[in-house]
Design a protein around this ligand. Structure first.
Ligand code: MOS
Length: 689
C-alpha cells in the first residue's frame, strides 16, 4: 500500500506538534529554556529582572519559584525543582513570551550565577566509580556466566582478546522535539485544591513515540491523574528512541501554560536537543573469544563499560545479543556503569544490540582471520541449537539461511581473504560481513473496531513516527475483517484512543497488530463493534526465544592518500517472520542500514571535558549519512513462517537494520587496508595515523 497519510504530508496538511493552532493565533505564548553552562554545581542566584523588563515577556520560570510538580517526578523531568546542576545544558530556567523571538532573546538576559564543582564527564575502564548495576534494560541480569571460561580461553587453539569502543551518538530525527500545552477550562489545574479550576485538564500536542505512556508520564510529573491529560500526536517526524520517553520540553510547555494562563508552545532547536533528548551511551567493550582448531567456539567473554548520569540509572543492555548469537561451552557477559556529570543516556535505534553487535561481529571477523577461516563459515559452524544462555528453543532462527543467501547474492565466493591487496587507482577495496539480530517481542495493547459509514473504523493509540504504522495497521485490519483496505480507517496518535504500546523496541506492529486483529475478530463475532486487550495473550508469550536475524555484506573503497572511506555496496538479508508490507519494510531496513553506515564512518558526539558540553551539537558538525554517502544499498528478506509470535506471524523490523552494519563496514575496511579500527567512527584521521 501507499502510505495513507502520504498526500497529507507532501501537501503540508499533516500537522506536527509545533504546528497546531490553539484558537486565535495571538493566544499562543512561547517558552524558551535557559540551559546550564556548568556541568556540576549549584545555582547561587537567578536575576530575571532584565528579562522580565523586555516588552512581550510574560514570565520567567526557575527554581526561585519552582512550578508545582509531583515530589516523585523523574529527575530529568522535575524542572526547576532543585538548585543543583547535574549536567551542562540542563534546563535551569525558561522565559515565556508573546513570541518565540522575544522568548529566545530574553532567555539570554536571565542572569544566573553558579557555584561550580569539579565535574567528570569521561568514561574510562579504570574509573573507580564503575559498578555492576542490578539489571540492564529493561530487566536483564547484568552478568551471566556459564562453563569454565579460563579453561575455555587457555585451552583454545586460537583466541583473540580485543577492546572496542563506540562513542556517544545522538538521534537526529528530522522533526525537532516540540509540544504545545493547552489547559482547558478557566483554572490553572495545579491540583492544589484552592478551587481555581483544579478539575480542569491538560491537552498537550507532543512529538512522541507513544501517546499513552507520554500521557501517563506527563500526568505523573504534574501530579495529576492520567484521565486529566490528553496527548495528541497524529504525525511524528522520526524518533529513533529520542521520543520514546517523555522529554523535558513537554513538561516545560505544561508548566509554562499553567503559569501564564495561555497555550504555550515549546519547540527545541537542534542544538537544544543534544543535552535534552537523550543519546546513546558510549561503550568500551572487551571481547575474548577462543576456538578449537576447527573454529568451534570454546569460550566467549563480553565485558562492557558504559555510562549513566547522576540523576537516573540507565544501564544499556549492550552484551545481551552475545547471549543469543553463538554457542560456546563457556560464556561470560557483563556490564558495568559509571555515574558521570552528563545527561542521562536514553534510547537510540537498537539500544544494546547495535553497539554490542559492533563489538561481537568485529571480534568474530578477527577470530576468523586468526583461525584462517571464512567469516561466513565461522558463523555457520557456531550456530547454536538453542538460545545459548536461556536454553530456550528458538521460535524460528534463519541466520544461516541469511548468511548463505547474502553470500550468494553478494558474490562472496569470489572473495580473496588476504587484506590490503586490491586496489583501483588510489583506492583500496575490500568486503566484509556481519550478522544482525534483534528481539521479536510484543507488549499489551488495546484496540476497538466499529462499523461506520459502510466501512470500518479501528482505533488504537499507536504511533506512526514515519514508519508507516498507520498503513501497516490498515492492511492488518483489512485482512482480519476480510474487507478492502480503502474501507478501513485506522485512527492512531491520541491518548484518548485505546491504550497501546509505544513505537519502540521494534514491537509496534506485533503489539498493535495483535490487538487490532483481536478487535476485528470480536467485531465479526458481535456484529458492529469489537474491542480487544492483549494483556493475557502477551502473558502467554513464554517458552521460546524470539528474535529476528540477518546478515549484512559491505563493500568499501578507501582512499590511500586521504583515508576517505566510501561504501559502494551494502546488502542486508533478513529473516523477520512475515513481512506485512514490502515497501514499508524495505524502507525501515534500508533506513536502519543507512544509520549503521553513519555509525561506522561519521556519527560521534564529542564532549568537551573542560566544560562538559557537547561540542558538535548541530548537523553541520554532527554528521549523519546523507544521500551522497549511500550508493548501492539493498535489503531483502527470506520468507519465514513462525507460529509462535502473534496473529500476523511478524517480527519487528524497525531496528534490526542498524545492527551489524558498522561491523560489516569495519570488517570490509580491514579487508581493504589491513588496518583494524576498533573505535568508531572509522574516520580518515584514524586510518591515516
Ligand atoms: Mo527504539 S530505540 O526502541 O525507540
Amino acid at each position: 500500500m501507499n502510505r495513507i497519510e502520504g498526500p497529507d504530508k507532501v501537501t503540508g496538511r499533516a500537522r506536527y506538534a509545533a504546528e497546531y493552532p490553539a484558537g486565535p493565533a495571538d493566544s499562543i505564548a512561547y517558552a524558551y529554556p535557559v540551559q546550564s553552562v556548568i556541568a556540576r554545581g549549584r545555582i547561587e542566584s537567578i536575576d530575571a529582572a532584565a528579562a522580565l523588563a523586555m516588552p512581550g515577556v510574560l514570565a520567567v520560570l526557575s527554581s526561585d519559584d519552582p512550578p508545582a510538580l509531583s515530589p516523585d517526578a523523574e529527575p530529568e523531568l522535575a524542572l526547576f525543582q532543585t538548585r543543583q546542576v547535574a549536567y551542562c545544558g540542563q534546563a535551569v530556567a525558561a522565559v515565556v513570551a508573546e513570541s518565540l523571538e522575544t522568548a529566545r532573546a530574553a532567555a539570554r538576559e536571565v542572569r544566573i550565577t553558579y557555584r561550580p564543582e569539579p565535574h567528570d564527564v569521561q568514561l574510562r575502564t579504570d574509573h573507580p566509580g564503575l559498578y555492576t548495576p542490578e539489571k540492564v534494560n529493561p530487566a536483564f541480569p547484568s552478568v551471566t556466566e556459564h562453563g569454565d571460561l579460563p579453561g575455555g580461553l587457555a585451552g583454545a587453539a586460537v583466541s583473540i582478546d580485543v577492546t572496542y569502543a563506540t562513542p556517544t551518538e545522538h538521534n537526529n530525527p528530522m522533526e525537532p522535539h516540540a509540544a504545545m500545552a493547552v489547559w482547558t477550562g478557566h483554572g490553572n489545574g495545579d491540583g492544589d485544591g484552592d478551587g481555581d479550576g483544579d478539575g480542569d485538564g491538560l491537552t498537550i500536542y507532543d512529538s512522541t513515540q507513544g501517546a499513552s505512556f507520554d500521557r501517563d508520564a506527563i500526568a505523573a510529573t504534574l501530579g495529576l491523574s492520567s484521565d486529566r491529560v490528553r496527548v495528541i500526536s497524529r504525525h511524528v517526524g522520526g524518533g529513533f528512541g529520542s521520543k520514546g520517553t517523555t522529554r523535558p520540553h513537554a513538561i516545560l510547555a505544561a508548566v509554562a501554560a499553567r503559569a501564564v494562563g495561555r497555550p504555550v508552545k515549546v519547540a527545541l532547536t537542534r542544538q537544544q536537543m543534544f543535552p535534552m533528548t537523550g543519546y546513546r551511551t558510549p561503550t568500551i567493550q572487551r571481547l575474548r573469544l577462543g576456538a578449537d582448531s576447527g573454529g568451534r567456539l570454546t569460550a566467549i567473554a563480553h565485558d562492557v563499560a558504559e555510562q549513566t548520569s547522576t540523576l537516573v540509572e540507565f544501564a544499556e543492555q549492550t552484551a545481551t545479543p552475545t547471549r543469543v548469537m553463538y554457542g560456546a561451552p563457556a560464556m561470560r557477559t557483563s556490564h558495568r556503569v559509571v555515574r558521570l556529570d552528563v545527561p542521562t543516556p536514553a534510547w537510540m535505534r537498537a539500544p544494546g544490540e547495535c553497539p554490542g553487535m559492533f563489538a561481537l561481529e568485529s571480534a568474530m571477523d578477527e577470530l576468523a582471520i586468526a583461525a584462517g577461516m571464512d567469516p561466513v563459515e565461522l558463523r555457520v559452524i557456531n550456530e547454536p541449537r538453542t538460545e545459548p544462555v536461556s536454553g530456550l528453543p528458538f521460535s524460528s532462527r534463519n541466520l544461516v539461511a541469511c548468511l548463505r543467501e547474502g553470500a550468494r547474492r553478494f558474490g562472496w565466493d569470489r572473495r580473496d581473504p588476504s587484506p590490503g591487496i586490491r586496489s583501483d587507482g588510489r583506492w583500496l577495496t575490500g568486503t566484509g560481513v556481519a550478522a544482525s539480530t534483534y528481539p521479536a517481542r510484543r507488549m499489551p495493547s488495546q484496540a476497538e473496531a466499529t462499523k461506520q459509514d459502510g466501512g470500518f473504523v479501528v482505533r488504537i493509540a499507536a504511533a506512526d513516527i514515519g514508519t508507516g504504522a498507520r498503513t501497516a495497521l490498515t492492511a492488518i485490519a483489512a485482512e482480519a475483517l476480510d474487507a478492502p483496505a480503502d474501507r478501513v480507517r485506522v485512527e492512531v496518535g491520541d491518548s484518548s484512543l485505546p491504550r497501546a504500546m509505544v513505537a519502540g523496541g521494534s514491537m509496534g506492529t506485533a503489539s498493535w497488530g495483535s490487538a487490532v486483529v483481536k478487535a476485528c475478530e470480536d467485531l465479526l463475532k458481535n456484529g458492529s463493534e469489537g474491542a480487544a486487550d492483549t494483556t493475557e495473550d502477551v502473558r502467554g508469550d513464554q517458552g521460546f526465544a524470539r528474535h529476528a536475524f540477518g546478515a549484512q555484506f559491505a563493500e568499501v573503497r578507501v582512499d590511500i592518500e586521504t583515508g576517505e572511506v566510501r561504501v559502494p555496496r551494502l546488502l542486508g538479508v533478513f529473516a523477520a517472520g512475515r513481512i506485512i508490507d514490502p515497501t514499508l519494510a524495505r524502507s525501515q531496513l534500508i533506513g536502519g542500514m543507512t544509520m549503521g553506515l553513519g555509525m561506522a564512518l561519521m556519527e560521534e558526539t564529542v564532549i568537551d571535558t573542560a566544560t562538559g558540553d557537547f561540542l558538535n551539537h548541530d548537523l553541520a558538525q554532527y554528521h549523519v549519512a546523507a544521500c551522497a554517502d549511500v550508493q548501492d544499498i539493498d535489503a531483502v528478506w527470506l520468507d519465514e513462517e513462525d507460529q509462535h509470535l502473534n496473529p500476523m506471524g511478524a517480527k519487528g523490523i524497525g531496528e534490526i537494520g542498524i545492527v551489524g552494519t558498522a561491523a560489516a563496514i569495519g570488517n570490509a575496511v580491514y579487508h581493504a587496508t589491513g588496518r583494524r579500527i576498533r573505535d568508531l567512527p572509522i574516520t580518515p584521521a584514524k586510518l591515516l595515523s
